[in-house]
Design a protein. Structure first.
Length: 181
């Protein structure tokens, strides 16, 4: 038996439809358990096929577990937002975190741009979340066949930076990075 986890990407309306369908199945099994107890005498009720109340409740509980897991995962994703620091006022600087990539010839450069600047995160955790999202996307692309295994891993890493008033950033090794338009 293959017990691997599956990962899906759904639009919000499709996710809602999935939850609605699972809720309907959970409710059907719950109503079947009530029927076995004699608590539901609805003549229009469709009874699910099972041996007794206990079995119906176990199946209803399993559906509820699936719904809870999906909602928890969706909640985590919905609650997250991409947070980028704004360039500070003139003469000031601001600390943040940035994703960097190892480029050709040992060069290190910022990995992501945001409009006319770099994506700079207010804390290490937010920057690491961006790194994780990149890895998840790469893995899903591999699973769908649109990315080769050799390109699943990335040279991205997270490092502290100073965000300057002109939108440039300075990394901890003193490297100064500007957007060239």
């Amino acid at each position: 038996m293959n017990l691997r986890d599956y990962h899906f990407s759904l639009s919000p309306p499709d996710f809602g439809q999935l939850i609605d369908g699972l809720n309907a199945r959970q409710e059907a099994w719950e109503n079947t358990a009530k029927w076995f107890r004699g608590d539901n005498a609805d003549p229009c009720l469709n009874i699910e096929e099972c041996s007794d109340e206990r079995e119906a409740l176990e199946i209803a509980d399993h559906y509820q577990s699936i719904i809870t897991t999906l909602r928890r995962q969706a909640s985590w994703q919905r609650g997250r937002r991409k947070v980028n620091l704004e360039a500070p006022a003139e003469e000031n600087s601001r600390s943040g975190w940035c994703l960097f990539v190892h480029a050709a010839a040992g060069e290190v450069r910022p990995a992501a741009r945001n409009g006319a600047g770099f994506e700079v995160y207010p804390n290490e955790h937010d920057a690491r979340e961006a790194w994780v999202e990149d890895q998840i996307s790469r893995c899903l692309e591999y699973l769908s066949g649109s990315r080769d295994w050799d390109s699943v891993g990335s040279d991205l890493f997270v490092a502290p930076v100073t965000l300057n008033a002109d939108g440039s950033i300075t990394d901890t090794s003193g490297g100064h990075h500007r957007i060239c338009i």
